[in-house]
Design a protein around this ligand. Structure first.
Ligand code: ADQ
Length: 410
């Protein structure tokens, strides 16, 4: 089955709402959970499902994304398998992709090369486990032109998603509105909507026809959700795949159906907090459906005493290789590779990215700190809201965010 299917991962999103984390990297390259990058989740889902021919369409600030994908996702080509990052090549003129549909249109040559019967087109910005085989099976059995994966979400978030209405049987899509401001709830749950996950399976010829038609339309924004999926809805060829039915090998009832769109800094932060609780709602410890990644060879994490009475320790936290907790304390936090906590430092409810150094006696609470930032001895972050707001980005939810090259003064 898999030889007739090409997987295309849309990884060109700019991720403006994740600034400053996307100041010099593409959104799918944003680190997550200490050792991963966002793109690892979709690629792992596809690889675990046996879809081993993948192209990753990149665009904005794609250097670290390209490097990560080519280094980590190198596969044996002997069996015809590959994961290839494809940068925007301006094949159709001196312009970048206008939107996700234009990104596909400009890369139709990849499809003509492979001649797959169906194309999986998945986004790269989500934290979840999904067995894509179950969606593909439904798509092939139903004969739909496109199948759209969907999940229930709160009505209050309707303007961030493609909102789907189905026929009474719950399969055929009768309306698809991209980010509506006036959505109403579902008949059986007035505070919920049925949201597109931005994951699609297309019959290839139907996709090519729709993309060509869209390309000729001067009023189109060339967006899959905004322009192309509604075309399929009109012709009656769009079906929904209900993510609630997806069962991933090794998953528990508790983490079944977990899916987070980490489009905003608060959502990104919350998804991390989902990882660190003692009974995490998203469990990374499932060796039947591993999330693959790659990082530098580093020694194991180390916890050391300093000053006699200070014992370096971490509780309800994820601690990556290369971390040294030297007489400091971490609680409910993510410590990425190479993080160092010096004596008497306290880190709570925080996400520390690669190589962050926390100075002696410093306090860090409810913060996201990007790569290699040095927090000086005695500094206090997340303690005094006015101080934080005068110096750093602070999210609506009150999380302090310190970008990659910011200098933090004491
Ligand atoms: P958004 O995420 O807002 O909504 P978009 O910004 O187009 O839509 O991103 C979709 C995916 O395509 C992301 O993975 C992004 O990285 C990628 N992408 C965006 N522009 C691209 C480009 N020019 N080239 C290559 N890749 C690009 C979408 C759907 C909604 C759905 C939500 C679910 O449009 O209907 O509800 O995803 O999160």
């Amino acid at each position: 089955m898999t030889t007739r299917i090409l997987a295309i991962v849309l990884a060109g999103g700019e991720g403006k709402r994740l600034m400053p984390l996307t100041a010099d990297r593409a959104k799918p390259a944003v680190p997550f959970g200490g050792i991963y990058r966002l793109v690892d989740f979709v690629l792992s889902n596809l690889a675990n499902g046996g879809f081993l021919r993948m192209v990753v369409l990149t665009q904005y600030k794609s250097h670290s994304l390209d490097r990560h994908v080519s280094r980590t996702w190198r596969m044996s080509t002997m069996l015809g398998n590959y994961v290839t990052p494809v940068p925007a090549q301006q094949r159709l003129g001196p312009r970048w992709f206008a939107g996700s549909a234009d990104a596909l249109f400009q890369n139709l040559n990849l499809i003509y090369d492979e001649l797959p019967e169906h194309c999986i087109v998945f986004g790269a910005d989500h934290i979840y486990r999904m067995d894509p085989r179950q969606m593909v099976d439904q798509h092939i059995d139903s004969g739909a032109d496109v199948t759209v994966a969907a999940i229930r979400q709160p009505l209050s978030l309707a303007d961030q998603f493609g909102v789907i209405e189905t026929d009474p049987a719950g399969r055929r899509i009768v309306a698809f509105r991209e980010k509506p401001k006036d959505a109403i709830g579902l008949p059986d749950a007035p505070d919920q909507i049925y949201a597109s996950m931005g994951n699609y399976v297309f019959r290839t010829q139907a996709m090519i026809d729709a993309l060509r038609e869209d390309a000729l339309d001067p009023s189109s924004r060339h967006d899959l959700g905004g322009d192309v999926i509604p075309m399929f809805v009109k012709s009656g060829g769009a079906e929904v795949y209900d993510f609630a039915h997806n069962l991933v090998p090794g998953s528990t009832e508790r983490d079944r159906g977990y899916w987070r769109d980490v489009g905003t800094l608060d959502a990104y932060y919350d998804a991390h907090m989902d990882l660190v609780s003692a009974q995490p709602v998203f469990n990374l410890y499932n060796d039947r459906w591993p999330i693959y990644t790659g990082h530098d060879p580093l020694p194991p994490a180390k916890f050391v005493h300093e000053d006699g009475d200070r014992v370096g320790h971490a509780l309800d936290s994820m601690v990556s290789p290369g971390v040294i907790v030297s007489g400091g304390t971490a609680r409910r936090s993510i410590l990425s590779p190479g993080v160092v906590l010096h004596s008497h430092s306290q880190v709570e409810d925080s996400v520390l990215m690669h190589g962050v150094k926390i100075g002696r006696g410093a306090v860090v609470r409810r913060a996201i700190i990007d790569k290699n930032v040095v927090i000086p001895d005695g500094a206090r972050i997340g303690v005094d809201a006015d101080y934080d707001r005068s110096r750093f980005a602070v999210t609506r939810g009150g999380v302090v965010v310190i970008g990659k090259n910011e200098i933090v003064e004491r």
